[in-house]
Write a new protein. Structure first.
Length: 385
């Protein structure tokens, strides 16, 4: 779902850029023979952003400089960019509005009237984007209902009944709309950073939709994506390609590092290296006790989100069928097995490269960095209209 977007001519080369607390990730994908191919990628570490609690977005000159250096060192040729907005700073909601009676009925005022009651700031200070979930309940234009032969005309009544069930069967007379919003001031920072970097910003969108492209694809199951980032963990429940629930907590890879440092009496730098070594140990039998303790708050939030989703009536009180974990900490040894045992649900480490053509010789490296690049890859996969 794009907060900001514009049309561009269809030419090869698109960069997905994820600017997070743990650094910048950039991926360039090129369409080739009906499939996207990895051209190259690059990244910075968490040490690249501003000192203290600053952020690259707050200093467009420095941010653009770091970004240009990453793209140059990676050999990225394209100048067209899709970027993501941080999940914790984006408003998400599913609202219902009355089913329009005619294709001429304007639904935008209805959406804004409903969502304005939920927004954290005045609607005039935000950029909103909305997607109708129940598209089949929107009235069809008269031309679309006309058939070119007798068979189509014969089926016209049946089609009308499917498209507008509320008028015939007493079913729901409201339609669901997914609304996302971001402060205009935040969007302006992204626009300025990419402008100074001399990059063509095509769209800004939420991380949830990038994850759906890179990790979920066409899977219609009810899936929870658990993205364990550097400072935060984002939870998104996706069903039939729609993100129905989103939560973000301030606990992530840095929490794990701090726990290791505390328990082992070592520095943060040493603890970070220890965590990296643990992630590289594919033969580990189970998640080490120190990591289980560090995962406790994240696991608690996952349980709560699963329960919260099952109680929603937007989707008939269904339950999540499986969990996909991603983010830098997804490589921790046996983390998928540990979460699966704790929650009694199937858990998988996501493979964001699965829908991208990659050089076979690079697979070991790509598999290792993949979880950290799931957002950037999904951004670069966004089709141009």
């Amino acid at each position: 779902m794009a907060m900001f977007g514009k049309k561009e001519p269809s030419v090869p080369g698109l960069i997905g850029i994820d600017i997070g607390a743990g650094g910048i990730k950039a991926v360039e994908l090129i369409p080739e023979k009906g499939r996207l191919r990895l051209a190259t990628y690059g990244y910075s570490t968490m040490k690249e952003p501003l000192e203290g609690n600053g952020h690259l977005l707050d200093d467009p000159k420095l941010g653009s400089s770091v970004l240009r250096r990453i793209l140059k060192e990676a050999g990225i040729k394209s100048t067209r960019v899709n970027a993501s907005l941080p999940s914790h700073a984006v408003f998400h909601a599913i609202i219902t509005i009355p089913q329009p009676k005619s294709p001429k009925d304007e639904i935008k005022p209805l959406i804004e009237s409903q969502v304005s009651k939920l927004l954290p700031m005045p609607i005039s200070e935000m950029i909103l984007d909305s997607t109708v979930i129940d598209k089949d309940l929107l009235p069809k234009k008269a031309e679309a209902a006309k058939g070119k032969d007798k068979k189509v005309k014969k089926d016209e009544k049946a089609v009308t009944q499917v498209d507008q069930p509320g008028q015939h069967t007493g079913a729901k007379k409201h339609i669901r709309v997914l609304v996302s919003g971001a402060p205009k001031t935040m969007v302006a920072k992204y626009v300025e950073l990419f402008k100074q970097a001399k990059l063509n910003l095509i769209a800004l969108e939420t991380e949830a939709f990038a994850h759906i492209r890179s990790l979920v694809g066409k899977d219609k199951s009810r899936i929870m994506v658990v993205d364990i980032g550097y400072e935060r963990t984002n939870l998104t429940v996706v069903a039939e390609g729609v993100p129905f629930l989103h939560r973000s907590i301030k606990a992530g890879g840095i929490t794990v590092t701090e726990m290791i440092a505390k328990q082992m009496g070592i520095s943060a730098a040493e603890a970070e290296q220890t965590k990296v070594d643990m992630a590289g140990n594919k033969e580990a039998g189970e998640l080490p006790p120190s990591l289980k303790e560090a995962m406790a708050p994240i696991l608690h939030e996952v349980r709560y989100a699963l329960e919260l989703y099952s109680q929603q009536d937007f989707h008939g009180n269904d339950t999540v069928e499986k969990i996909i974990i991603t983010g830098g900490s997804a490589n921790l040894p046996q983390i998928d097995r540990y979460i699966s045992q704790e929650l009694d649900i199937n858990v998988y480490v996501g493979d964001p490269w699965a829908r991208v053509a990659t050089p076979p010789g690079l697979r070991p490296v790509l598999d290792e960095i993949g979880p950290r690049f799931s957002v950037a890859i999904g951004l670069a996969m966004k089709p141009l209209k």
